[in-house]
Write a protein that binds this ligand. Structure first.
Ligand code: MN
Ligand code: MN
Length: 459
């Protein structure tokens, strides 16, 4: 039952393909360090590959036909891609779905303050993080400021070589006697995640001279005032690019592998489709998974269902019953990262049912916690079919659970799509240090995920 390391199966040609896929992945990850940037980059790539806007097609009342490629943009934070197949949509689609939001720190609505000659932006973290991991790192600021007049200012600071960066300080070890006795969950507390953004007073001000300097810079560089923070979405992420890891360059160290590695593998599979598929192919890139798939751009929102209804109407398949059938008759891979076995922390894994770096794309029949609670437990029949698909396509795959029974758990978007009565299973890339500022994946698993998703789409 033990799976082989995928690297041992490759010939030179496959290694070449793998490296090309991973070069594209690194570029995708560097271009999309927030859900907005990732959505924009995906749409850019889709347009290059001949995709057209669904909302434009709706406006024109266009009649759609097999082979048509469409993208759908939900508030710039979620994206759907479709390639229409020969079969009626009512018969179901092959769907791959991932999320493009990642854990980080968000800037509060009233964030800027000065304390003893230092200026800070106050943050509220997003998603599950170990707060102590986010101090003493070079950090970048990405996001938008929406002004009252309707203009939206895009901000990225900390990524270019000559950009400044930001940081959250930690207590020096010399004075940390008490701190070192604390539990890891409170070593750094949420309200201590204050981003240091200035340290130079400006002349001509009575008080808060450093803050005044920061505001003067923001006015000059972006034409924004302090009040404009009220309608901003600014995200603090680790500064820097995705890098190759190891003497053998077999791995990638990057921010946001969860879940942009699966998002990328999906986009790679989707844009790489040749010809017209039998069944319609659908790629979902959702926001807000890390905070429970909530909000208008999260998977629990109806945007997917609504967009599909629009699409079906343009294909001459209007009506609620047909929509329900299309959803029920679909098959889906919920593509999300899995916990990679970490020899440094072997005790939390059960080795027969763990995902190993380098052994290929991973299928999780269930996730959840404490007796599979909260998980989508995929059907054995569906898994049987997938085994055939993967073996026929020569995909290296493995199966896994998220750690030992009762040591923790987690969820994905799988259970939400399963509400429609479709077959869904979790499938993704094993990751080390998941949710840390810098996460680790193995290149072979990125390559196998892209192969797996393509095989699934054409099945
Ligand atoms: Mn995830
Ligand atoms: Mn996650």
């Amino acid at each position: 039952m033990e799976r082989r390391n995928a690297w041992e199966t490759y010939d030179e040609k496959q290694i070449g393909q793998l490296e090309a896929v991973c070069r594209r992945y690194r570029a995708y990850l560097d271009a999309g360090k927030t859900e907005r940037e990732c959505a924009a980059e995906t749409i850019r790539l889709a347009k290059e590959a001949g995709y057209r806007s669904l909302s434009e097609a709706i406006e024109m009342g266009e009649k759609l036909k097999p082979g048509d490629k469409l993208y759908c943009d939900q508030m710039g934070k979620s994206v759907l891609l479709f390639v229409l197949g020969y079969e009626k949509l009512e018969k179901g689609m092959n769907i791959i779905g991932a999320h493009i939001d990642s854990p980080r720190m968000d800037i509060k609505q009233n964030p800027l303050y000065e304390d003893t000659d230092l200026a800070y932006l106050d943050t509220h973290y997003y998603g599950g993080i170990k707060k102590y991991q986010w101090v003493t790192l070079p950090l970048a600021l990405h996001g938008v400021v929406a002004k009252k007049d309707g203009t939206v200012v895009h901000i990225v600071v900390g990524e270019k070589d000559d950009d400044p960066v930001f940081a959250v300080s930690d207590l020096l070890i010399h004075l940390a006697q008490d701190q070192m006795q604390k539990k890891a969950s409170v070593v750094i507390e949420g309200e201590e995640l204050n981003l240091l953004v200035g340290g130079k007073p400006v002349a001509g001000e009575e008080k808060d001279k450093v803050k005044a300097g920061v505001l003067a810079f923001l006015k000059e560089a972006y034409d924004i005032e302090e009040e404009d923070f009220l309608s901003a979405e600014l995200e603090v992420v680790p500064a820097g690019r995705c890098r190759e890891l190891g003497f053998d360059r077999s791995m990638l160290l990057g921010y946001g592998h969860d879940d942009r590695v699966c998002a990328f593998a999906q986009v790679e599979a989707m844009l790489g489709l040749e010809g017209v598929p039998e069944r319609t192919s659908c790629c979902i890139l959702a926001d807000k998974e890390e905070i429970g798939s909530v909000g208008a751009t999260g998977m629990q929102s109806r945007f997917f269902e609504n967009s599909l209804a629009e699409l079906m109407a343009l294909c001459g398949e209007e009506g609620d019953l047909k929509l329900r059938r299309a959803l029920k008759n679909s098959r889906m891979l919920s593509c999300d990262v899995s916990a990679g076995f970490d020899p440094n922390f072997a005790s939390v894994f059960e080795k027969k049912n763990a995902a190993f770096l380098g052994r290929g794309v991973c299928f999780n029949k269930f996730t959840g916690a404490r007796g599979k609670s909260g998980s989508n437990d995929a059907n054995a029949e569906f898994l049987g079919r997938l085994r055939r698909t993967m073996d026929d396509a020569g995909v290296n795959f493995q199966t896994a659970e998220l750690g030992k029974v009762d040591v923790g758990g987690g969820g994905t978007i799988a259970y939400i799509c399963a509400l429609y009565g479709m077959d869904v299973i979790d499938s993704g890339v094993p990751v080390l240090s998941m949710h840390a500022p810098w996460e680790i994946v193995n290149k072979a698993d990125v390559y196998e995920a892209a192969k797996a998703y393509k095989a699934f789409l054409v099945d």
